[in-house]
Design a protein. Sequence first.
Length: 565
Amino acid sequence: MNETRPKQSNFIRDIVDADLESGKHLNIITRFPPEPNGYLHIGHAKSICLNFDTAEEKGGECHLRFDDTNPEKEEEEFIEAIKADVAWLGYSWGEHLYHASNYFDQLYQFAVELIQNGKAYVEDLTAEEIRTYRGTLTTPGKESPCRDRSIEDNLDLFERMRAGEFGNGEHVLRARIDMSSPNLNMRDPVLYRIRHANHPMTGDRWSIYPMYDFTHSLSDAIEGITHSLCTLEFEDHRPLYDWCIENVSAPSRPRQIEFSRLNLEYTVMSKRLLTQLVDQQQVEGWDDPRLPTLVGLRRRGFTPESIRLFINRVGVTKKDHTIQMSLLENSAREVLDQTTPRRLAVLDPIKVIIDNYPDGQSELLDAINHPNFPERGSRKIPFSKEIWIERADFMEEAPKKFFRLSPGREVRLRFAYLITCKEITKDSEGKIVTIHCDHDPASRGGNAPDGRKVKGTIHWVCAQHAVEATVRLYDRLFQVAHPLADPAEGFGQRLNPDSLKIIRNCKLEPGLEESAPESRFQFERLGYFCSDRHDHTPEHPVFNRIVPLRDSWSKIEKATPVKKK
Ligand code: ATP
Ligand code: MG
């Protein structure tokens, strides 16, 4: 990938470097192993960037592997969406697209091998009994009466489990490890369970499905993964990961390394909670631009580059942390500032009539596309007697430091003329409806011929040529930085009621309606905007605000220190 910014080093790259140097590995193979039970979120982006970048930097390869061992929760829709998201982020798995279900036959053989070596047995106890027998962190577990079943009987029962002779939950296959291990994961964990369910890849061929730890470790071994990078909650599973690989004739010995999850303030990240928000229609779908899903961020207008930049800034460690939303937004600003053309738009319009401008006349003015890149050229924007300006750019009784429009004061119209406010007209309720100004015809382009100083510059759109648009402004989805801090209170109550504002009848400079969906612009003085991927058409333009120009939250965050978890 052609990234202009250097990648941060991290402890995982150090391990990989050392393994290459010592000759332990000649080729690095990593994998990103999503469970297809929802859409990817920005937390997954951390894992995607880490796995793909680490492999790519060392000339290795990164596999995309669907961890599809849960037939009830998994759907084809999610598989396709995940592939699209990884590709959108800029990564390619090449020919290395796999499913854990590809290995069901081989995994079954590994299980048989464990049974043959007296290292696994078929259990009759119910799930509830297994739980009580397991013991706790302070009390040892109790051995199951089935633990010493003969190898022949175990093989026979396991084969019959596979053949579908038993109902869901009647038996499981357990590893025979150590019921008094201080690590609960090692107290004869379940390896296979019975599920009479239709699987998206294997249909009804299987009525038993392997459990996560068994599947994951051995899929890694089958694929020759050298470094299996996962999040910290799997640290306690590492002994089981290693046990599975050591106790069957595994074709390779991958090493599991854990790093901390990415958490973001003012949002939730787990697929379970995101599913809840979508199902309860608290948001408008998985790609709602307020969600931290990759499809949501994309629809809002974030670029893959800004997400990769953010992930690189966050870094990779073993420390638990929750990142400020402003870090993500600043990464977006940094990329968009360089890449987006500038345009004029008025979101909350009020009419200005330039009394001394000839009736019926209009002209085209030069407007540069990017102030820092003159080579990106300029465009012509129309100007005539009536224009729209932002309501907030006028004040009837303005303080001295208000450098925008107010009675008797002069202001610069961006790319156009200096105008002076002469008069205002109000409706019966006292609301200002029109502002009357005179322009200085000699100031075309925006400079006074006599060199007089005019401090303020405001944006505007020609009324006669303006394009009407719907603009959506997004804010934090939650009112609090840590929506899950108090589990007793459902996180639904902490949703921000003002997270979406829809403004109709915004005025855009002409031409913007013709932009393709997913075109990004800076609307001068307002922020970065993106034409909606799905709803934008030339007849009904729709723009989403990606981020405002400046971070208005950092002040608030400084004033009210957030409670750390
Ligand atoms: P969730 O709780 O959101 O459903 P998950 O871990 O169950 O997450 P998987 O589909 O199993 O989701 O995740 C695929 C990979 O992405 C795993 O290796 C997982 O460790 C990693 N991952 C998931 N969430 C994060 C996160 N917030 N930060 C970093 N990596 C993550
Ligand atoms: Mg998971």
